[in-house]
Design a binder for this molecule. Sequence first.
Ligand code: FE2
Length: 193
Amino acid sequence: MTTSTISEPLLTKTLSKYVLPGPRYEHSLRVATQARLLAKHWNLDSSIAYSAGILHDIAKQITPETVKTKSLPIDSLDALFQSYPKIWHSFFGPYLAKYELPDISPKILNAMRWHSTGKSKMTALEKVIFISDFIEPGRTVEEAARARYLAFESLDLCVYYISNYSILSLIERKLVIHPYTLKCRNYYLNTKS
Ligand SMILES: [Fe+2]
């Protein structure tokens, strides 16, 4: 039996176990608020969106080393960390959330999983978290303004815009691009209206 409703105190308590007070914690709260707003606009479950927003970066401040030091009974996904250290947290985060909140809805876990790379054929909730991470009010890149407008016009077009920008930005900064990011951009290139 899974649940889509997790109380806000429990969510913040869970986040606090792994994310220190400061910019990352504040970002998580802003993404949650943004996701709730966007979910309401698109007639989605705003409680699930809020939960996924709060928890999406739960693993951002830890590494496979932390997992071992704390003796967490979870696969630390070492190989993924070696190849994609900046992406690791989005794939490990769902395992950590499930460990902390065993009854958590798989919809929340999937939205957490795809928030960095995106992928083809995302659910509306997955798109909402992917987008909210980029458009929350703390984001100051110029492209966030355009994405904020698109988010309320077309989720698909907004996902395309963000994934396209991410790829260009990664190339510019000479960083590795995860194949899922490319798949996401190509899929939404072909489906955007
Ligand atoms: Fe984030």
